[in-house]
Design a protein around this ligand. Structure first.
Ligand SMILES: *Cc1c(COP(=O)(O)O)cnc(C)c1O
Length: 364
């Protein structure tokens, strides 16, 4: 597996340009969507990015320990057993419960310092967050808690990748009302947009946009709608292997578990050392394809745990040991995470996490 950090930085620059005055927070949760959070953050930090988002405290600690000097946001609340790390590793909590506010305030007393926090509100996602109607009460609660300094407000779009969805306007209005219509919040930083929000909802950029999937080279919806201006993003991750063995079979022979594929002619199979334990999902059985010598070769039969078989009958001069592209480009052929996602009934995000987090990474 190859991670192209130049492509990552190229995407960052395109997105930063699109973001204008707002700052980019690079979402590097789930080990950088499978690309390796430490190397991703390091490359982006060199390119000028200073804000990073992860899900859990442990991810933030690992990122800080790697030498990251940017601001690191923890999105999934405050693990009360690990609260001291928010102070020692200088992590920024995104808070959505009163219990976390109180625990952080107790931490401020212990560490004799204050902490800047972001408050998360639910403006339509029905996931994490205080209710917008609780805004004044929560701000008041924070004022009374020792050491708690509210830096900003955050929320999240449920349908940002569908530009025409009516909920986009509702979420935007809900959030901008909270931010702009209260004297208590007028000096706070706002952050609402993910990649889809940045691409399709320019008015929703506020102080910070949180980009994940587009940094890694993909449109959040799996393709660009005809109306929107297409950003020339470059996929960052590619996945490579080699032919482990060539296997000639005669017409009528069954292939792999369950013999769901029966050869209709004499054929040559390439056996690849890649299976679902490598994140190459079993739903690709009989559907997926790979690239060998610039030509597509279809998956025959079921994907096994560590192996799969492809049809190389029509590929001239194919040999054991030949390189195979499972995700990426060779000559005029490309297989991207959107295609693999469509075939396996999921989205690029899940394909990248599955392949990226289950294979050895090499960086370019
Ligand atoms: C993951 C995440 C993002 C990034 O979303 P993309 O669609 O990958 O850009 C933004 N905000 C929050 C809260 C997230 O969890």
């Amino acid at each position: 597996m190859l991670i192209d950090l130049e492509a990552l930085v190229h995407n960052y620059r395109l997105l930063a340009e699109r973001a204008g005055q707002s700052r980019i927070m690079a979402m590097v949760k789930s080990d950088g969507y499978g690309h390796g959070q430490v190397n991703v953050a390091r490359a982006l930090e060199q390119a000028g990015c200073a804000l990073f988002g992860v899900a859990e405290t442990a991810e933030g600690i690992a990122l800080r320990d790697s030498g990251c000097t940017g601001e690191i946001f923890i999105f999934l609340g405050v693990d009360h057993r690990a609260i001291d790390y928010f102070f020692t590793a200088h992590l920024t909590p995104v808070v959505f419960t009163r219990a976390d506010l109180k625990a952080l305030s107790a931490g401020c007393k212990r560490h004799q310092r204050s902490i800047g926090i972001y408050l998360k509100f639910d403006c339509g996602m029905s996931r994490l967050g205080f209710k917008p109607s609780e805004l004044d009460e929560i701000i008041g609660l924070c004022r009374g808690l020792h050491g708690i300094e509210v830096t900003g407000l955050m929320s999240h779009f449920p349908c940002a990748d569908e530009p025409a969805a009516p909920s986009n306007t509702e979420t935007y209005s809900c959030f901008s009302t909270m931010l702009n219509n209260s004297p208590q919040t007028s000096d706070l930083a706002g952050s609402l947009a993910n990649s889809g929000g940045l691409i399709h909802q320019p008015r929703a950029r506020f102080a910070m946009v949180r980009t994940g999937i587009s940094l890694y080279g993909y449109h959040p919806a799996g393709s660009w709608s005809d109306q929107s201006e297409k950003l020339p993003l470059q996929p960052v991750l590619s996945f490579h292997s080699r032919i482990l063995q060539l296997n000639c079979i005669t017409a009528g022979t069954g292939v792999s578990y369950g013999h769901t594929f029966i050869a209709e002619r004499d054929m040559t199979l390439g056996v690849l050392p890649v299976g679902y334990s490598d994140g190459y999902c079993r739903a690709l059985s009989g559907k997926g394809a790979v690239i060998i010598k610039g030509q597509r070769a279809k998956i025959c039969g079921r994907v096994c745990m560590n192996l799969c078989m492809v049809d190389v009958t029509d590929i001239a001069d194919v040999q054991e040991g030949d390189p195979v592209v499972l995700l990426g480009s060779e000559k005029n052929e490309t297989i991207d995470a959107d295609e693999i996602g469509r075939l396996s009934n999921t989205i690029s995000y899940e394909v990248l996490c599955a392949i990226g987090n289950n294979n050895q990474r090499m960086y370019r």
